[in-house]
Design a binder for this molecule. Structure first.
Ligand SMILES: Cc1ncc(COP(=O)(O)O)c(C=O)c1O
Length: 401
């Protein structure tokens, strides 16, 4: 008998992206004429800087780019990413260690598919970006969730890692600055965690996509640069999306030991082949240009993050850490659970976010999306006026009753 199953069990088990779902609902309400303010999207509100767009237009006119190019990426872009990694992360790599992917998300997918065998465990500090567990499970791997909260600044400790280590542990997922918490690990903690992984023979997938977005005294540290002995078991994930306001262009990369990158390129050659050449040309202009546009956007995010922090921390029963990096605030809303707001019983942050959307016309992402019920994520990558108005609405609604 042929199988009656229409969707494979593996794919049927994939959770819907809660962040995209919130964004889609907010956009649909907006399109229907509702004055919704969306704090859901994880993308800069700025347009891509003009010189990058010009490079893409030029590429679109160049017949060489109308053809297939090497699956692992344009050689000049792989080279430029290697140089940029040395410039920004003090991490010395060659072009052959760089695989150009369809966004950072695809790099995460390629990396886990390439590294994991069924039963391999991945240490996954929570709250975590909703995408991480899915490619781990698809590859047959097992996410081992390590909860963190504001008492440690949402940073995992070596004691937690040590307690979770088993003979099946293969990879540690590390992300700083963090989506969703906005936490940034100080250099000494990055070093201690990297040393631990190197000593134990655990691979590290370090997601560095928010490297340029740090605020106040906080600064980014690339794990492989401070723990060189990790290099043979380290995968760096990065991309142009957040740094250069290029989320729609879909260019990211993974950097790793040459054998892993070669294997991942082989995988990619059968899945997507090369990333669109026009996008690669734009990414080349981005990573080989100066960082002046990035500095301007970073300054705007820093200002908005401060405004959001001061407005939300003034709301009764809301506590949060000041965002240190990325563009997210991650307030603790547990004191509002169990309340009735506008006649609706609020038991969970899922309920609370639904009330905020329906009654306050404000879209925020419930912590359940990041394995952190009780919290919510608000992006501050939106214009100052909307940001102020949206925070005001949240404050007004939560202060009722
Ligand atoms: C932590 C983290 N890593 C990777 C990505 C992937 O970005 P993209 O696929 O747009 O390059 C995102 C996007 O939201 C992210 O927040």
């Amino acid at each position: 008998m042929p199988s009656t199953r229409r969707i494979s069990a593996r794919v049927a088990a994939i959770a819907e992206s809660a962040t995209l779902a919130v964004d889609a609902k907010a956009k649909a309400l907006k399109a229907a004429g509702e004055p919704v303010i969306g704090f859901g999207a994880g993308e800069p509100d700025f347009p891509t800087p003009a010189p990058i767009v010009e490079a893409a237009i030029e590429a679109a006119r160049t017949p060489r780019f109308h053809k297939y190019t090497p699956a692992a990426g344009l050689p000049e872009l792989r080279e430029a990413v290697a140089l940029k990694t040395k410039r920004d992360s003090a991490y010395d790599v060659t072009a052959s260690q760089v695989l150009i992917t369809n966004g950072g998300k695809h790099a995460v997918y390629n990396a886990f598919t390439t590294l994991l065998d069924p039963g391999d465990e991945v240490l996954l500090p929570a709250p975590y970006w909703t995408t991480y567990p899915e490619p781990i499970r698809l590859a047959g791997g097992v996410p081992v969730v390590l909860p963190t909260d504001e008492s440690t600044g949402f940073r995992v400790t070596v004691d937690q890692l040590e307690a979770a280590l088993t003979p099946q542990t293969k990879v540690l997922l590390f992300v700083s600055p963090s989506n969703p918490t906005g936490a940034v690990y100080p250099r000494d903690e990055v070093e201690v965690i990297g040393r631990w992984a190197a000593e134990k023979g655990v691979w590290v997938l370090t997601d560095e996509i928010y490297e340029h977005l740090t605020y106040g005294d906080h600064s980014f540290t690339s794990m492989a640069s401070v723990v060189p002995e990790l290099a043979d078991r380290c995968i760096v994930v990065n991309g142009v999306a957040k740094t250069y306001a290029m989320t729609g262009w879909r260019v990211g990369w993974m950097i790793g030991p040459t054998d892993v990158v070669k294997a991942a390129a082989n995988l990619q050659s059968h899945a997507t082949s090369n990333v669109a050449n026009v996008s690669q040309a734009a990414a080349l202009a981005a990573v080989s240009g100066d960082l002046s546009a990035v500095a301007e956007m970073r300054a705007a995010f820093e200002r908005r993050g401060r405004t959001m922090y001061s407005m939300l921390s003034g709301v009764q029963g809301v506590t949060l850490l000041e965002p240190q990096g990325a563009f997210y605030a991650f307030p603790n809303l547990t004191s509002h659970l169990g309340r009735t707001i506008r006649g609706r019983k609020v038991e969970t942050t899922l309920d609370l976010c639904a009330v905020l959307l329906d009654e306050g016309k404000v879209a925020i992402v419930p912590g359940e999306a990041f394995d952190a019920p009780g919290y919510a994520r608000l992006s501050f990558a939106l214009g100052d006026d909307d940001l102020g108005e949206g925070c005001q609405r949240i404050g007004d609604l939560l202060s009722e009753g």
